[in-house]
Design a protein around this ligand. Sequence first.
Ligand SMILES: [Zn+2]
Length: 270
Amino acid sequence: MTAWDAAVILFGLVIGSFLNVCIHRIPRGESVVRPSSRCPNCNSPVRPWHNIPLLGYLLLRGRCADCKEPISPVYPAVEAMTALLFELAFLKYGWTAPFAIALIFFSLLIVLNFIDLFERLLPDVFTLGGTVIGFLCAPLQSAEFFRDDPFLPDPAAWWLAYLHSGVGILLGGGVLWLVATVYLKVRKIEGMGFGDIKMMCMVGAFLGWRYAWLTILVGSLLGAVIGSLYIYLLGKGRRYELPFGTFLAAGAAVVALWGVRLLESYLKLL
Ligand SMILES: [Zn+2]
């Protein structure tokens, strides 16, 4: 491991700590800047040295310094997950524009993953905001979009990158919209919310149409396997609402990192 890897991991831990704040405050409409962190149980302010990512949690042995109430393990988990994804992106891209874009994309996915898990919400700030960012950044990662596409002669054409991203938005959101509409007609209950549709627009904007498609496949597969296991193990009813956005976020991260290989093996299956 080089010093650069260590720097990327540290940066990931710090950003992860900020993502925790977003995950817990944005669904409540609170500011992510003020006030400083407080214990959700006794409301006493968190001391700066206990606020250090991962280390703070270990120092406190997972309990509030004042009221000794257990601190949710989600905090260190988000920090560790962010650091891991940042490092994986660094190993894949090195110091390139796609690396910077991957960091933005992974941060959005982590926040959406946990907000949907806890609140069954996918806030527009992240889904629609992310769609705009992904589309605007498309030419910067055109090499990523096209590197395994034998049909496109000129990978550097900026308008092709916009086309790829634009079709990704339409296809990503469109497929889910179609599934949601059919599901509603057939089962008479809402199987998917507009948040999921907007989220797939964002994934399409960042990953292009082919990998948006692959994300839906991987996300649905994860949802089916983990969801049924969860419902079975915890004895939840069939009507238990699964956080589909959580599985889509996990699927999108897998596809962003290993999509090329996955797509190859998927096409071989057909
Ligand atoms: Zn406390």
